[in-house]
Design a protein around this ligand. Structure first.
Ligand SMILES: Cc1ncc(COP(=O)(O)O)c(C=O)c1O
Length: 303
């Protein structure tokens, strides 16, 4: 395991340590926006496997994923998945791992949201399903414990050879020295006190999700909230609000902001498949979420 200054720098460093220009990197789309920039900045090419939507829930298109793996060198996995809130099951992850092994694809698993499982849901680390040692896993306590400002992340490598390659690249791009407060914060976060705090946090966030779902169901029934298993980012289908000049979620984001003063994330930021969606960050006090949803409600009443 090695430290570095963030999960995005870690992903870029791993790619850059191992890739050739033009290598294809499979991602599941919609996808966390920095995956696109990390792939681009590493002079690789994103190959987006679009998730299938079934009953307000997202699933992998296995045929499409397999086809893409056949010509790719990397699979950049978001486990759990931002922005759809999927906690991939052990079976799903095993199937991905088997495919990656079959086609010689290197897997980078970003597990930064791993602590945010809703009650009854389960996080499966990629390390527990991996086949062979053609992978690495990136984690950080920065999301769950809100210490992103301390710039601290971990890269787990299953072999010494890989660790040395990644370590070299981390030194080349000068992201090997972390803020000295980072490791101290990480130790505190992963101690028992941190665990108790996290349980309370998760109850609060899940309460926010239930609150959001109920308000949208009763007050804005034209919108659809994705069924999530965890994370703090709600993925909401707003197709019913698109019309004329407001033809995609980027324009919708701007229009809602102008008319109500509330800024959501337009789904296009996460790839073409986010065309109809907005992403709502629920890691905030309930009062903030209440205000944001009242703004959204006022907006829907005007359309
Ligand atoms: C899936 C995912 N990975 C990485 C990051 C950012 O990580 P870092 O700040 O450690 O670079 C985020 C932040 O939103 C994220 O959602």
């Amino acid at each position: 395991m090695i430290y570095t200054t963030g999960v995005v720098p870690a992903i870029s460093a791993v790619l850059q340590a191992l890739c050739k220009e033009g290598d294809k990197v499979v991602i599941l789309s919609p996808s966390y926006n920095c995956f696109f920039s990390s792939i681009r900045n590493s002079r690789c090419v994103a190959s987006e496997s679009e998730l299938l939507q079934k009953d307000n829930h997202f699933e992998i298109d296995w045929n499409d994923l397999e086809q893409r793996m056949q010509t790719a060198r990397f699979f950049l996995l978001c486990n759990p998945h931002n922005p759809t809130g999927r906690f991939w099951t052990a079976d799903e992850l095993k199937r991905m791992a088997r495919m990656a092994e079959k086609y010689g694809v290197f897997v980078i698993s970003d597990e930064i949201h791993c602590e945010f499982a809703f009650e009854g849901q389960h996080y499966t680390p990629y390390t527990t399903v991996a086949e062979g040692d053609n992978y690495c896993v990136c984690t950080s306590c920065s999301k769950a414990f809100n210490v992103a400002g301390l710039q601290m992340a971990n890269i787990f490598c299953p072999s010494e050879t890989l660790l040395q390659k990644v370590d070299k690249q981390i030194n080349v791009v000068e992201i090997c020295d972390v803020n000295p407060f980072g490791p101290v914060a990480m130790e505190a976060a992963y101690s028992e006190d941190g665990w108790e705090w996290l349980q309370e946090l998760m109850q609060y966030i899940e309460g926010n999700y239930r609150y959001l779902k109920e308000r949208i169901r009763t007050e804005m029934p034209m919108l659809e909230v994705t069924e999530m298993e965890g994370t703090y980012l709600a993925w909401v289908n707003c197709k019913a609000l698109l019309h004329g000049g407001i033809s995609d979620s980027e324009k919708l984001e701007q229009d809602i902001a102008e008319k109500t003063g509330v800024l959501f994330n337009g789904g296009l930021l996460y790839g073409e498949s986010g065309h109809n969606y907005i992403r709502i960050n629920m890691a905030c006090p309930r009062a903030t979420l209440e205000k944001a949803l009242s703004g959204l409600k006022n907006y829907t009443a005007r359309v």
